[in-house]
Design a protein around this ligand. Structure first.
Ligand code: NDP
Ligand code: OXD
Length: 308
């Protein structure tokens, strides 16, 4: 029984060492050295090969090496092959760090201080109490809920929005399309941590941004196509939005002439908010293989109809 890895080759070397150490009996191979294709039961990939069921006739499970699975073309993956996203503590830690720094950057006026520094201006701005700053997170899954739990400790007024109803201590939870307007109206710093699906593609458009209070800011760590980038530029231009911190864009990278590169109110990072950490991911993949062999539900198995 083989587990085949098909993603970044450098990380592949780490995965190889870790699997050799933690599961020496498992045959672990790195694409394109697949050995006997019929022996491959598990695939850990960022992008599966084209027509995976034909290339790997006995494939049972595809593990995404990332938290998202939107990069997979599932139309070519038959239903009997389970698809599992990465649910591991390293990704969560990285995302909590990134979003915390982004929220604090906005909360403590670092965009304004950067502009002042350019002009050699030494001037204090009034400090707002965290309790008066309303943070709202789109998505209350593995990442959104962890981010909110941490932000709550700073004293921010925290809320989250999801598809189904949730209950989280100290967080105002909103659910479903009918509650979106109320959620947006109470949000000063909006964080997007939604998966990319048909329902979230283009969700953050001009009408959506207009529902945020004047002076609100956006942090997008979900996926680039969830945001209408021109609508964001327009909202910043009009002064309706104050700042944006974007870790994901569409396309990635943006073309050199894109206005985001030089916009004083936009901070860009190259999709680095968080990444799977092989040391912890390997344990989760091994646990999922054990579960799968015993007929138990796997951690992070996606619902194909829902798209995440
Ligand atoms: P989860 O699947 O655990 O959570 C997704 C959340 O989004 C759930 O709360 C879900 O609601 C909610 N949701 C999905 N669709 C809708 C909808 N149409 N309307 C309202 N809420 C919706 O995902 P994770 O938290 O693990 O990851 C979220 C995303 O973060 C990933 O898909 C990926 O795109 C992005 N990501 C980005 C990284 C980066 O470096 N920039 C790194 C890792 C992930 P419900 O709870 O009701 O199901
Ligand atoms: C992920 C990502 O989905 O890196 O893990 O964006």
């Amino acid at each position: 029984m083989t587990l085949l890895y098909k993603a970044d080759p450098e990380r592949g070397k780490q995965w190889t060492r870790l699997f050799a150490d933690k599961a020496p009996a498992l045959s672990f191979r790195v694409w394109p050295d697949i050995g006997d294709p019929a022996a491959v039961r598990y695939l850990a990939a960022w992008q599966p090969p084209e027509d995976p069921a034909r290339t790997l006739p006995n494939l049972e499970v595809i593990f995404s090496v990332g938290a998202g699975i939107d990069q997979f073309d599932l139309s070519g993956v038959p239903d009997h092959i389970a698809v599992v996203r990465m649910v591991e503590p390293g990704i969560v830690e990285g995302m909590v760090e990134y979003v915390t720094q982004a929220v604090l950057t906005i909360h403590r006026d670092l965009f304004d201080y950067a502009a002042q520094q350019q002009q050699r201006v030494w001037r204090e701005l009034p400090v707002r109490a965290a309790a008066s700053r309303r943070v709202g997170v789109l998505g209350l899954g593995m990442l959104g809920s962890a981010v909110l739990e941490r932000l709550r400790l700073f004293g921010f007024a925290c809320a989250g929005w999801s598809r189904s109803a949730h209950s989280l201590a100290g967080i105002d939870c909103y659910a479903g399309a009918e509650s979106l307007d109320a959620f947006l109206a109470r949000t000063d710093i909006l964080v997007c941590l939604l998966p990319l699906t048909a329902a979230t593609h283009g969700l953050i458009d001009a009408a959506f941004l207009a529902k945020l209070p004047g002076g609100a800011s956006l942090i997008n760590v979900g996926r680039g196509p969830q945001l209408d980038q021109q609508a964001l530029l327009d909202a910043l231009e009009r002064g309706h939005l104050a700042n944006a911190i974007l870790d994901v864009t569409d396309p990635e990278p943006l073309p050199p002439a894109h206005p985001f590169w030089t916009h004083p109110r936009v901070r860009l990072t190259p999709h680095i908010a968080s990444a799977t950490r092989p040391e912890t991911a390997v344990d989760v993949v091994l646990e999922n293989i054990r579960r799968h062999r015993s007929g138990l539900p796997m951690l992070g198995q996606i619902d194909r109809a829902r798209g995440y």
